[in-house]
Design a protein around this ligand. Structure first.
Ligand code: F6P
Length: 341
């Protein structure tokens, strides 16, 4: 059997670990043959297919990024997309695909699977917002990076007795913000799921200064004030209809400064959260996802996604996982309010 592998959407640490484990198990145990599709769905549209064997995956376990490249290409936004994907697969004798992606890439995979393409999904994203799985790989690394940044910001904030606002990634969900904010001892954590009251945030800032500590405010890029909208970097939409975010951190620092009469600065962590070497947990999870994805292909269990449930890797229908975004629920957020202010 010949299996094609692609990585789509924003990259994240652990992608190479999945590719390696897919190829190692597929070749060694099942005598599968592999090819890589370059740059996500773009490679499937353009017929950009590269060889993928054991020698190409040697040494890549600890490397960030993806040896196959990635893009935010939506095959259904291109003329004749479905036919072109089919043509590429048949031109290269590809019997099945393993699609490693987040909600967008796997959303396209869900539709392609409905159209009869044999594929299995593997969930990835630093945002941890894919439904149907407890965690995605990439998330643990991003939380580690954000937590280390918050730890460092505490000491400089206190030396200058100023507020430091830390903007982390998270377009629709505040998983990175809440995990890193709690781990780093933030005094306010603002997430997209919970529109915030800027006066309440300023109240937390004032009470922190009163006891001679400098406040750290962690904000997800998609967080919004009660009376406001997401702050956009620009209006350009990607092929899945997403705008580019970032700016809420700057806005917050300015508001805090003006409303409290104290100094406030912003650090935007941005792509630092996505780059570099994966944590041990992400390598472990990515490796297990890869092994189980190959098993699903071997079993002909197409239209499924491998997922982490507790400590088990299971298969869930792709359509269930891509139907909605996994968000931070109210009760989880409420647990930590005792630390605010
Ligand atoms: O992949 C998810 C993510 O990291 C989001 O948290 C963020 O909003 C987005 O990607 C940034 O995408 P890009 O790298 O395309 O600007």
């Amino acid at each position: 059997m010949r299996v094609g592998v692609l990585t789509g959407g924003g990259d994240c640490p652990g992608l190479n670990a999945v590719i390696r484990s897919i190829v190692r198990k597929g070749v060694q145990e099942y005598a599968f043959d592999f090819v890589g599709l370059r740059d996500g769905w773009l490679g499937a549209l353009k017929g950009h297919v590269v060889p993928l064997d054991i020698s190409s995956v040697r040494g890549i376990l600890p490397r960030g990024g993806t040896i196959l490249g990635s893009s935010r290409t939506n095959p259904f936004k291109h003329e004749d997309g479905l036919r072109r994907v089919r043509d590429t697969l048949s031109a290269h004798d590809v019997d099945a695909l393993i699609v490693i992606g987040g909600e967008d890439t796997l959303g396209a995979a869900t539709e392609l699977s409905r159209q009869g393409i044999n594929l299995v999904g593997v969930p990835k994203t630093i945002d941890n917002d894919v439904s149907g799985t407890d965690f995605t790989f990439g998330f643990d690394t991003a939380v580690g990076i954000a937590t280390e940044a918050i730890d460092r910001l505490h000491t400089t904030a206190e030396s200058h007795m100023r507020t430091l606002v830390v903007e982390v990634m998270g377009r629709h969900s505040g998983w990175i913000a809440i995990h890193a904010g709690v781990a780093g001892g933030a005094n306010a954590i603002l997430i997209p799921e919970r529109p915030f009251d800027i006066e309440q945030v300023c109240g937390w800032v004032r009470s922190r200064f009163k006891i001679n500590y400098a406040p750290i405010v962690v904000v997800a890029e998609g967080a919004v004030p009660h009376e406001g909208q997401m702050i956009l970097k620009d209006q350009t939409l990607d092929e899945f209809g997403h705008v580019r975010l970032s700016g809420i951190g700057e806005w917050l620092a300015q508001e805090i400064s003006e409303r409290t009469g104290t100094d406030a600065r912003t650090t935007v962590l941005g792509h630092i959260q996505r780059g570099g070497t994966p944590s041990a947990f992400d390598r472990w999870l990515a490796t297990r996802f890869g092994l189980h994805a190959v098993d699903a292909v071997k079993d002909g269990d197409f239209g499924t996604m491998v997922a982490l449930h507790g400590t088990d890797i299971v298969r869930v229908p792709l359509a269930d996982a891509t139907g909605k975004t996994k968000r931070v629920d109210r009760s989880l957020y409420d647990e930590f309010e005792v630390f605010f202010g």
